[in-house]
Design a protein around this ligand. Structure first.
Ligand code: FAD
Length: 414
């Protein structure tokens, strides 16, 4: 076994790269192990402005800027003839008013390459298979390479950023079922040749297609667009045919989608993902912290995944640095509660999307500009701004607003 390193990071997705960069910047030794060969496909292409602060502080922003990804200035929601357009420039909270729509293979490769360029060892095609923790919180992790060879890595601390791999929760039985209904997504990248006749590319568009069934449209800067459908298993089961036939039927079944994508080529055949919501008993333990998707992933509707991956990793690595430099860390207060608070805000909005509450809010006639700006800040990922009542009182604020909208609509009808 080689010398003990300060921090082992599992996974080179956005969460892993942010952590590695932060730890390295603090002068501690860090190594990343990643199961796949990069570039590799992963879903999660629409970012939120809140990510930008983290990319900047981790000194990874410039590397991403150089890639000329599609800029994203807002989010648009469509239902039949109704349109709700949120421009991040109008948001209530102070912060970034734009971000990117990215092909994740390229985005994640850019981050990992920049981390390597800074001097961090990143081992690809290297899978964590076992971890042993000791009383002093240090650990020995066994990794396996493609050729079957193994290595043991001794570390003072582990940051688990393994995303859907959920390495530590799986190895130590920490997984807990999510309280959100299981859903499925079917998606592909398509050649968006009619783009200029439709909406501007600088937004994600979410179409409320049918109750509990929706579509994402995420244009990239190279003329390709990510087009995906999300809904219940029952909804998809009722569509005949294989995945490609179902995908085609979903395009054909909606007038906007049929016109824009009915005759376009797919860059690759549709793929599916199922039942992704997951959480865990705890976000930290003796010798480790979980970040990114390993903590909790809710739902794709508000593109919060990469934002949580980067923000949680940023915060976790700051605590790891403090700890390894001899400070005491209250993980519950300094980490779990903070991440959980943001997750809880988004959970409220995800549930409100699926139970119809948000539809009322988004498509209300003459929306109050202040309230719209406050909801816009949530959609931009500023879910820790306690001056925003739609963050602070998220449990009740949307319900209260819907009641008000109902009363106003009744008055204007009479
Ligand atoms: P990942 O990006 O998954 O990276 C984890 C890395 O760990 C992987 O590269 C993996 O290979 C590696 N790994 C796993 N196991 C091991 C192991 N044993 N050893 C070593 N390495 C390992 N988010 C958004 O922000 N915007 C969106 O538009 C969006 N759309 C989505 C649509 C769908 C249908 C779904 C399901 C999710 C979507 N997400 C979206 C969420 C997004 O995919 C994730 O939140 C995001 O990728 C999490 O980043 P991460 O760094 O935590 O994990």
């Amino acid at each position: 076994m080689k010398e003990k390193i300060d921090v082992l990071v599992i996974g080179a997705g956005p969460a892993g790269s942010i952590s590695a960069s932060m730890i390295h910047k603090a002068g501690l030794s860090v190594r990343v192990v990643e199961r796949e060969k990069f570039p590799r496909f992963v879903i999660g292409e629409s970012l939120l402005p809140r990510c930008m602060e983290v990319l900047e502080d981790a000194e990874l922003l410039e590397a991403v800027k150089a890639k000329n990804f599609q800029q994203k200035f807002g989010a648009k929601f469509l239902k039949e003839e109704n349109v709700a357009d949120f421009n991040f420039s109008d948001q209530f909270s102070k912060g970034w008013n734009w971000t990117w729509q990215v092909q994740r293979a390229e985005f994640d490769l850019t981050l990992a390459t920049e981390v390597q360029r800074k001097g961090v060892q990143v081992d690809f095609e290297t899978t964590v298979t076992a971890i042993k923790f000791f009383d002093d919180e240090s650990s020995v992790t066994t990794v396996q390479r493609l050729d079957g060879s193994t290595e043991e890595i001794a570390a003072r601390f582990i940051i688990d950023a393994s995303g859907y791999g959920r390495v530590i929760p799986r190895l130590f039985n920490l997984d807990k079922p999510s309280n959100l209904d299981p859903r499925k997504a079917v998606f592909a990248h398509v050649k968006d040749i009619h783009r200029d006749n439709f909406d501007e590319p600088n937004r994600i568009i979410a179409i409320m297609y049918a109750p509990g069934f929706w579509t994402w449209i995420i244009p990239f800067s190279n003329g390709v667009t990510s087009l995906g459908f999300v809904g219940s298993f029952d909804y998809f089961n009722a569509i005949p045919g294989d995945l490609s036939a179902q995908y085609k039927a979903c395009i054909e079944g909606h007038p906007y989608l049929k016109k824009r994508f009915g005759d376009v080529e797919w860059v690759w055949e549709p793929r599916k993902l199922e039942a992704w919501s997951a959480t865990t008993d705890k976000f930290y333990g003796k010798g480790f912290v979980l970040t990114g998707n390993v903590t909790e992933f809710l739902d794709p509707i508000f593109s919060s995944g990469v934002m949580f991956a980067t923000v949680s990793s940023h915060l976790a690595s700051k605590q790891v640095i403090r700890k390894l430099k001899g400070e005491s860390v209250d993980w519950d207060t300094d980490y779990t509660k903070v991440v959980q608070q943001g997750v809880d805000v988004f959970r409220t909005y995800v549930m409100a999307w699926y139970d119809g509450t948000l539809e009322k809010v988004f498509f209300s006639k003459n929306p109050d500009p202040l309230i719209k700006s406050q909801v816009c800040s949530v959609l931009a990922g500023y879910v820790w701004d306690q001056t925003n009542p739609y963050v602070r009182e998220h449990h009740v604020a949307l319900k209260r607003l819907v009641k008000l909208i109902d009363v106003n609509e009744r008055i204007s009808r009479n």
